[in-house]
Design a protein around this ligand. Structure first.
Ligand code: MOS
Length: 717
């Protein structure tokens, strides 16, 4: 079982810190502070979006299209409306027109069906059971049209999007990969595939909405208790659709049961609940997606088909890297996953190319899922690097060290704090890599073939703009920090309190953090592993401003706000986090079943503000990466356009029994280029590279090279 005494914050003497004078380094930052809201959660006192106490709520249930493309011809609600408990049935003929905007949010705005599972009606009832039963009784007639739902590398309708998310070049070319391939001693040309994956946070997407027809000027017309990673993004989107001022939509989400990106932007259910509330003014309406509905309405990770070509000298030195991605978006709304971007800065090679091509299919809209882009992209690149190690006879750790670039290979910018080599070296020593026989299929323990694998991790350092923090002195004195950020279970509330305490020079117990409310100062999304950096800079700025204006004894009532400027270091440096993933895996010789035996991740993520919550993020990412390596796979039936693995019985996520021993450690560092905290991001890097390390270990155990994730027993044998 896992290490009962986590050594995750052990300082490694091989690494340096480089802490500037003005850096935050007092007792609060770096301390193992337990989640401040933890007691509320474990006692069931934290009210989530569906549970907020309201008077006499109504309940909404969604009716989803059963065809992949076409038009709704009829919606027959007679039978549903026969129930005394059903209040109304909304469809495209009886809802108000919304302003134009995001096509995913144009709920019930026309009779067009763009994917199977789309919302075609909403049943509102006095009980959740009546709403669900009512939804079953609504009969929808369709005019069906032909649809396309299969991702194929040879699809003649593939296209190059203008940019890939969030604003990266679609294609890049440096030198000539073709020339490199012609002159290389070793050439690798393989295709790797990654499956559709669906975000499955424990708390389904849920909302309690209330419409106030009689709202006074300056009061909200719509209040939403929504499970979201960004209250301000929801308020902005819905106020736009409703043609209200942003402050007329009040969104709250103090507690969120996970999101993994799927709650980073509003989805159709937020609009459906809003329409239901508007049809019943003054009555709160609760709506929760079922687990099954989440497989069509909450976003997901696109499948990918990735061709990787590597040209190398006999000693493994790379001459050329080519990474061509084919992936999928929805015909309803473009979502262009940035799958090949990590390849642009991972390894030195003079000749390079990356590209993305999309198939616009008649399917549900993809969205963010933990490390969108880096997770599937690094899976392919790092499986390819393992194959190159095999073909050149160079140790996989050494191969990566040998191809370490001096500057960012495509932008030419210097890296800030690139410590991939240290992560690999520290990890190899800790994991016991030196004893490894490089030949596959040589180690047998009882009924198990055992192998080990390694892969590199990386994640960009993102800082979001548009943040303001407020710090005010309250009775005590205590210090109230307000920012409309989101704590999706990561510990953000706690960590922002630590950052504020340090900047204020007060004990962490005197700080009260208020977040998850759109009436608080604006904040960026809890996404892109950017929360601590982006919100923390604003909090530090506000705390410093308070001390500047009022000295160290600011009076009760003193209050300041601060909105930080852009970080100029992002223009002059290539800032990324790095890591190394090591996996030991056994494959049962009789059944072919692969089981991870132990995992180690070593990360370079800047200063770790809270070792307890950071460890949870890193091992959480690694567990999800293990799922990506062995378990998670959404199966789409292209004939009908929907995902058939619509529950946790058929869509397998890693559980405790799948994770026997897992360790996450990090280098001791302070990224002086990043922010006053010295911290980069930790939410996503743990998932990057893990699936490749798993697949590479499966090859080493068996000699069988699986290039299609997940590595299931049928693929392995
Ligand atoms: Mo993360 S997928 O950026 O919430």
């Amino acid at each position: 079982m896992s290490d009962p005494q986590p050594k995750d914050d052990q300082q490694d003497p091989q690494t340096d810190g480089g802490v500037p004078e003005e850096a935050l380094r007092t007792d609060a930052v770096g301390a193992r502070v337990a989640r401040v809201e933890g007691p509320l959660k474990v006692r069931g006192r934290a009210a989530y979006a569906y549970e907020v106490p309201v008077e006499a709520p109504l309940y909404a249930h969604l009716v989803q299209s059963t065809v992949a493309r076409g038009r709704v011809r009829t919606v027959d609600a007679d039978e549903a409306l026969r129930s005394d408990d059903v209040v109304s049935v909304l469809d495209h003929t009886n809802v108000p027109t919304l302003a134009d905007g995001d096509a995913e949010l144009a709920v019930l705005q026309s009779d067009a069906v763009a994917f199977r599972g789309q919302v075609v009606a909403v049943v509102v009832a006095r009980t959740p059971e009546a709403a669900r039963e009512g939804a079953r009784l609504v009969r929808v007639g369709y005019d069906m049209q032909e649809h396309r739902a299969e991702l194929r590398a040879d699809d003649p309708e593939l296209y190059a999007p203008e940019k890939v998310n969030p604003a990266f070049e679609t294609d890049t070319t440096v030198g000539s990969v073709e020339t490199a391939l012609e002159s290389a001693a070793v050439v690798l040309d393989e295709t790797y595939t990654t499956p559709y994956e669906h975000n499955n946070p424990m708390e389904p997407h849920a909302v309690t909405a209330c419409w106030h027809d009689d709202a006074a000027p300056g009061e909200p017309r719509l209040t939403l208790d929504a499970s979201t990673q960004s209250v301000h993004a929801v308020a902005t989107a819905l106020s736009g659709l409703l043609e209200l001022e942003p402050e007329q939509v009040h969104v709250r989400s103090p507690f969120v049961g996970g999101g993994f990106g799927s709650k980073g932007m509003p989805h159709a259910h937020d609009v459906a609940a809003t329409l239901a509330a508007r049809a019943n003014p003054g009555r709160p309406v609760r709506l929760a997606l079922t687990r099954q509905q989440m497989f069509a309405l909450a976003g997901y990770r696109t499948a990918t088909i990735q061709r990787v070509r590597l040209a190398a000298q006999a000693d493994g030195t790379l001459l050329g890297i080519d990474h061509q991605v084919v992936e999928q978006t929805s015909a309803l709304k473009e979502f262009a996953e940035q799958t090949a971007i990590a390849t642009r800065h991972m390894y030195a090679a003079p000749d390079r190319a990356t590209s993305h091509r999309l198939a616009a299919l008649d399917v549900a809209v993809p969205s963010w899922m933990r490390a969108p882009g880096e997770m599937p992209g690094m899976a392919a690149l790092e499986m390819a690097m393992d194959e190159l190690a095999e073909r050149t006879g160079v140790d996989p750790v050494e191969l990566r060290v040998r191809n370490e670039p001096q500057v960012d290979p495509e932008s030419g910018l210097p890296f800030g704090h690139r410590r991939l080599v240290q992560c690999l070296r520290v990890g190899a020593a800790r994991f016991g890599w030196a004893d490894r026989d490089p030949r596959p299929g040589r180690r047998r323990e009882g009924d198990w073939l055992v192998g080990t694998g390694v892969a590199a991790s990386t994640y960009p350092f993102y800082v979001q703009g548009g943040n303001t923090a407020r710090v005010e002195v309250t009775q005590g004195p205590r210090y109230r920090v307000s920012i409309g950020a989101a704590d999706i279970g990561t510990g953000a509330t706690t960590v922002l309190g630590q950052i504020a305490a340090d900047a204020l020079g007060v004990p962490v117990g005197l700080v009260d953090v208020h977040l998850g409310d759109s009436s608080l100062p604006p904040a960026s999304v809890a996404g892109g592993s950017s929360g601590t950096s982006s919100w923390g800079r604003a909090v530090v700025g506000a705390a410093r401003a308070l001390r500047e204006h009022h000295g160290d004894d600011a009076p009760v009532g003193a209050k300041v706000e601060h909105s930080p400027d852009d970080n100029p270091n992002l223009e002059t440096h290539s800032l990324h986090s790095f890591g190394a993933q090591f996996v030991e895996l056994g494959v049962n010789v009789w059944t072919g079943e692969p089981r991870v035996r132990r995992m180690l991740g070593v990360f370079s993520v800047g200063r770790v503000v809270n070792p307890t919550t950071a460890r949870s993020q890193l091992i959480g990412g690694m567990v999800m990466g293990l799922g990506g390596g062995l378990l998670e796979e959404s199966v789409r039936d292209a004939r009908f356009g929907h995902v058939v693995t619509q529950d946790l019985a058929s869509y397998h996520v890693a559980a405790h029994a799948d994770v026997p021993a897992i360790e996450a450690v990090w280098l001791d560092e302070h990224d002086s280029l990043a922010n006053p905290m010295g911290a980069r991001g930790i939410g996503e890097i743990g998932i990057v590279g893990t699936a490749a390390a798993v697949a590479n270990a499966a090859w080493h155990a068996t000699g069988s090279r699986v290039r299609d994730l997940p590595v299931t027993l049928d693929r392995l044998l």
